[in-house]
Structure formats: structure tokens, C-alpha cells
Design a protein around this ligand. Sequence first.
Ligand code: GLC
Length: 431
Amino acid sequence: MMQPWFPDAKLGIFIHWGIYAVEGTAESWAIFSKERTYDSYMNQRHGFTAANYDPRAWADLFKRAGARYAVLTSKHHDGMALWDTQASDLSVVKQTPAGRDLIAPYAEALHEAGLKVGLYFSHLDWSHPDYAPLPPAERTKDHFPMPLTDHSNDPYHRYWSELGPKTPAWQRFLAFHEAQLRELCTNYGQIDILWFDGEWTPDDDDYWQMPALSDKLLAWQPNVILNSRLRGLGDFKTPEQGIPIERPEGVWEFNTTINDSWGYKPNDHNYKSVPQLVRMFAECIGMGGNMLLDVGPMADGTIPPEQVERLEGLGAWINRHAEAVYETQAGLPHAYHYGASTLSKDQQTLYLICFDRPNGQVAVKGIRNEIKSISIQGEPLTFRKLGGAPWINLPGVLWIDVPESALDPIATVIKIELAGPLDLFTGKAHV
Ligand code: GLC
């Protein structure tokens, strides 16, 4: 069930951590795309030490980044559980030199730090004997993107349509799936978000029985928030890697990599800069969404320095402008102002987030309210409304003088205090 803390929180940190960090291969997908054989991929487990895993330091970093929650991959599509699951032998506890449950200290550190605890869990499991044989050996990278396109002629898809949801194999898989989720929901105290993935194969509701699963999850964790990857159920949408152009309906969270990879890939230097991340974040919150920014820790648990630096840079900006970020709602629709904006909950304070240098003035259209004051970081600004037609309630353009000295080095926030809740001109002018 959606909880009020979530839309107020704005920033979360996604953590893709698993054996794929050992050699910097693509998380799980390297097996599916046949970039690696299953065995060579799984052999990475021998190097997964978690030797420098310090979830308190992670929590501290996430707080410096301005995040209020995190979501850790408890199990990705490769099936390797990061906790001491009793439902199978495939866990970092039994299979890797890490040799211990990594979810318990994570949940504990986040609880202690006052951060909300999220767990990612892949419904599909490419290692489980009752799931499906691995995709055909002849599959190559050229077959991408497979799961989300029409795959009715694909042999892998045919496997599912021939298996059937009532077969003992699939029933065993569902029992295993439920057993693992029960462990995650009952052994680590409060879990605030269950962030599912991998619901697309088999692409059939009769297999997954999500309504029954969702009831169980809520019985185990009554306050948990579920993402939408539950075949039509769930509390928030999860646009991935591309910020929506138009504001999505309902509660949503944009999840994104910080370079081009979810997991640790030392050769991927295609990092977004701090100003780019600030802009992405501002665009999300300006449309009422959250951002879930991913990090990929190394096999020893260290978060790479390039990622730490970006989290801290984003956090420094958020910290300067916290009032315009947390506990706000979506701001102006497009075209009223060329940038993002947020609105206080009482709708009487508007925060314009300016990405570009204003060259003297910022213009805002459509505000009917009387303006009480406009400021940047407490410094009052001068402004004038020009034009408009009061006899048809058409407001003029609000011109705000913005001195160079008031500009933020990354994105300037202009605070507009309105007399009464925001009253926007939405119609067309007299034609
Ligand atoms: C995609 C990828 C997966 C990643 C997820 C995060 O579904 O397949 O590897 O974990 O995005 O949203």
C-alpha cells in the first residue's frame, strides 16, 4: 500500500550488487545473451568476498547524497541470493568467500540511520531447475531485446506455452518463490519497499498468481510499498533509464544508472556529471516523481569513487535547496516556465529550478495570484507583472530580475511566495 513517506522522499539509491561485480560482467544478462557461459559467469562467485562491506558507511553516504531510502538487489535474475536462504543452496552465504548474510547488516544499518529499507527481488530465476532451461545456445546478443518484444515464435517462449502453470515443475517454482519472499519479509524487521523485476517471462498471469502473492506480502509486511512490476498490481510506476516527457499519472519513480551499467563495470566511464544528475533529479521532482539512482559496488563492497563523488555532489545541491525538494509536489506544467519547478504542500510557495543562466530575467506565465515575495536563498529579488487582461482574468507575465551574483553554480532555485494557493491560468486567451 502506498505510504505518505514515499512521494515526500524524492531520492532513493538503487544498489546492484552481486557476483557479476567480480569480473565486471553485465548483471545476469551476460548469461542470457550468451556473452558468458553459465558456468563461467557463475564462477565469478569465487571472487565475491564482501571483504570491505560496510553498510553503515553506505547508509552514511546515502544520507550525504540526500536520499531517504535505498533498494538493494537481494536476488537478481541469476538467482544468487544475498541472504542466507533456506530455500536453495544458491546464496552468497554458501557459494562465495563472503560466507555470510549480507541483507541483515544492510537492513540494520539503514534502520539505524533512519533510512527506509528497500529490497529488489527478481521474480524470474535463471538458475532454478524448475524455472526454465536457459535460453537456446544459439541465442546471441543480436536477439536483443527479447523479453519485451513480440516473441511468440521464440523457442524460449514456446517452452512456457507448452509447460503450463499447473505442472508440478511450475508449482514447485512458485513455492520456492514464495518461500524466499517469506524469508525476506519476516527475518529483517521492517521492509519498506519490495522492488520487483523480471515479471515478464513467462508473460502470463496464470503462472504468476500475483494477487495471491501480493496478499501474502502485505500480511507479512503490512506497511510495505510494492512497485508496479507485479503484472498490473503495485503502488508506483517504474520508468527506467528515460525520464518521462509528460508527467505520468499517479505515484512514480524514475530509476537510472549513474553510468551505463547497473552493476560494477570498471570499463564503463560514461558517467553522468553532477549538474546532469541534478537536472535529471529536478525534472523528476518537478513532475511529482522520485529518482532512484543506481550504484554498483565492487565485489568487496566498496562503492567506486566516481560514484561516491557524484552522490556527494548531488547531495550538496539538494542540501542547499532542501526546502524546494522534500515534501513538495509537482510544480508548474510545461511551458509556464522553462525549467523544472516544485510546489509546497499548501500550494502557496512555488520553487522555480533554473538550469540555464537567465541573462538578467526569468519569466513565468499564467500566475493569477498576487505575489507576496520572490527570493533566492533568502535574498529578495525585484519583479513585475507585465501585460495580461484583468477583465478576462488573464494574468500578465511575471518578470523576475535575477542578478548574476545570486546564481547557484549548478541550478538556481527561485522561491515565489503567493497570496493563497496557486491559481493558474489554464485556458486560451480571447480569440
Ligand atoms: C532492467 C534490467 C535489470 C535491472 C533493472 C532495473 O529490468 O533487466 O538488470 O535490474 O532494469 O530497473
